[in-house]
Design a protein around this ligand. Structure first.
Ligand SMILES: CC(=O)SCCNC(=O)CCNC(=O)[C@H](O)C(C)(C)COP(=O)(O)OP(=O)(O)OC[C@H]1O[C@@H](n2cnc3c(N)ncnc32)[C@H](O)[C@@H]1OP(=O)(O)O
Ligand SMILES: CC(C)C(=O)C(=O)O
Length: 517
């Protein structure tokens, strides 16, 4: 088994993500977490770019002890001096110096001939070697460079003192097979290449960053570079957490390990996301909230019977507490039964079927069903059981801006009749309650009315609680619906039903027969 070194550039290339600007204390917090995560090299920033950046790199270099701390420089003495001043107090300082080697970059950006680039690169490494014993040299846009030119310049910078050679796919252009062949070609052609470590640095413009990084490992590189959550310039860099997990899960295939403490993965991802403001997509591999969420019945059934049917990564391995069964419209009875057991709902087979059907009906209206939704359905089912008297059949409300609202309700009575009535009120709820009272020939006083949603989100269920009083009797009622007005009507009827139950119970205790019999 080879050990692959992990070079983290979240604080340099990651911070180059559009819109990201970390404060010193935020960079420090991420740096210390990266140290706990177990990265081998931490690229803290580009010291020559600003005073604040210099100070941040310096602070990181002073406090991080368990990994190499690197700073990036162009091939100029000023940039290299800035890196030295910033990282000189690090336990293990590294200079990372680069120059572009592709024809397009040399001609249009640097406005240099290949000979000038060669001379500048060698001079920069020599200059850096006055202070640094650890020098990483990068051929920017290596993957669009001429391979023979690369071979020549690599040989020369190694002679000048480079200890790590990094060949970045700066614009995310190469494919895994080509990248592998490029490294293999250079390993054969450059005579002194075995004196140094080789490194890969991939961007995700074609969505190939992780695949290219793994291909480079197959080709024999010693170090791979990337960022947490794959953040970085344009489409970002290779996601280090994905590379680390791929190597761990496919250890037999890659024959390679890392020093990463994978259990810190999720925490590291969340911290970087929080401080950079770069939201992790829910379906992102390893760290997305859906990465271990099973939604469809066949998958949930499989996972309940044997996790490995649909899980190649143990969620605990990367720091999730467990997988999650998301109950939605694709869920089946196995997952629903598991959830009922978890919620400690005691159900007969018939009750289970009734609750399952209510749950399935709810999935037509709501995307994800939460524990609270299920509990609400359960309580609703129980309150509607044998004791139930009056049940809402339909409800229409015409809201008027002139201060009068009209409601029409249909109520199924215990004897099976459906009574229909209409009445007005100053607002929708008052109109509904006036109509219910007229339909049932009763008069109630509303003592308390409270409404809340079972969860956040527009598709949340509304839960209404009421307390009513009539002729010395009080009753509490609860109604749940995905519409607030229907929930209000149900709560009122529920309160009325409870008062009737109390009245029947009192009557039965005085006459000696049971109202529930
Ligand atoms: C692939 C990568 O991710 S590379 C790293 C990218 N990171 C950054 O750019 C860090 C933030 N950058 C900055 O703060 C600024 O760009 C600075 C401070 C580095 C330079 O700022 P300025 O001096 O104003 O130059 P500006 O950024 O406009 O242009 C870059 C200059 O560096 C030159 N340059 C680019 N790469 C190199 C190199 N590797 N070695 C030497 N010179 C280089 C360019 O040719 C250009 O030179 P010119 O001014 O003679 O035309
Ligand atoms: C400076 C180098 C390593 C880089 O970030 C790139 O080429 O993408």
């Amino acid at each position: 088994m080879r050990r692959i070194e992990i070079f983290d550039t979240t604080l340099r290339d990651g911070e180059q993500s559009a819109g990201v600007n970390l404060h010193l204390h935020e960079k420090l917090e991420i740096a210390h977490q990266l140290e706990r995560y177990g990265v081998d090299v931490l690229e803290a920033g580009f010291p020559a770019s600003s005073r604040g950046e210099f100070q941040a790199v310096q602070q990181i270099a002073r406090t991080v002890k368990n990994c190499v701390v690197a700073g990036l420089a162009r091939s100029t003495e000023r940039d290299i001096d800035a890196v030295w001043e910033a990282v000189r107090e690090a336990a293990q300082p590294r200079l990372h110096v680069f120059i572009a080697t592709s024809p397009i970059h040399m001609e249009y950006k640097l406005r240099m001939t290949p000979e000038q680039v060669l001379e500048t690169a060698v001079a920069a490494v020599r200059y850096g070697a006055r202070h640094f014993s650890d020098i990483e040299w990068s051929a920017e846009d290596a993957t669009r460079s001429d391979w023979d030119f690369l071979a020549l310049i690599i040989e020369r910078v190694i002679d000048a003192g480079a200890t790590v050679i990094n060949l970045p796919d700066t614009v995310g252009y190469i494919t895994p097979d080509e990248y592998k062949r490029m490294f293999q070609y250079l390993l054969e052609r450059v005579p002194n290449i075995h004196r140094v470590k080789l490194s890969a640095h991939c961007h995700d413009d074609l969505g190939l960053a992780v695949a290219n990084t793994l291909a480079a490992i197959e080709a024999g590189v010693h170090q791979v570079e990337g960022t947490i959550n794959g953040i970085g310039e344009r489409a970002g860099n290779a996601s280090l957490e994905e590379v680390g997990v791929a190597l761990a899960i496919r250890k037999e295939y890659y024959q390679a390990t890392t020093r990463l403490n994978l259990r810190e993965t999720v925490h590291t991802s969340k911290l970087v996301s929080k401080l950079t403001g770069m939201v992790v997509p829910p379906n992102k591999a390893v760290v997305g909230v859906n990465a271990f969420a099973h939604e469809s019945g066949i998958h949930q059934d499989g996972v309940l019977k044997h996790k490995l049917t649909y899980e190649i990564i143990r969620p605990e391995m990367v720091g999730w507490t467990s997988n999650s069964m998301v109950l939605g419209k694709h869920s089946g009875r196995h997952a629903f039964r598991e959830k009922c057991a978890e919620l400690k709902l005691e159900l007969s087979e018939a009750e289970f079927e009734q609750l399952f059907n209510a749950f399935k009906a709810l999935t037509e209206k709501k995307k994800e069903i939460t524990d609270d939704d299920i509990l609400a359905l359960y309580m609703e089912m129980n309150s509607q059981a044998a004791d139930s008297k009056y049940e809402l059949q339909f409800l229409h409300v015409w809201y008027g801006t002139n201060g009068t609202t009209t409601a029409t309700v249909g109520i199924r009575c215990p004897d099976g009749r459906v009574v229909e009535e209409a009445a007005t009120g100053k607002g929708s709820v008052e109109a509904i309650y006036n109509t219910i009272e007229r339909a049932l020939g009763t008069s109630l006083q509303l003592i308390d009315y409270r409404i809340q949603s079972t969860t956040g989100g527009r598709d949340s269920l509304a839960e209404v609680y009421v307390k009513v009083e009539t002729e010395g009797w009080t009753g509490n009622g609860r109604g749940v619906d995905n519409d607030v007005l229907a929930a209000s009507a149900k709560a009122y009827l529920d309160a009325i039903n409870r008062i009737h139950l109390k009245q029947q119970w009192e009557q039965s205790t005085t006459t000696g027969s049971s109202a529930h019999a």
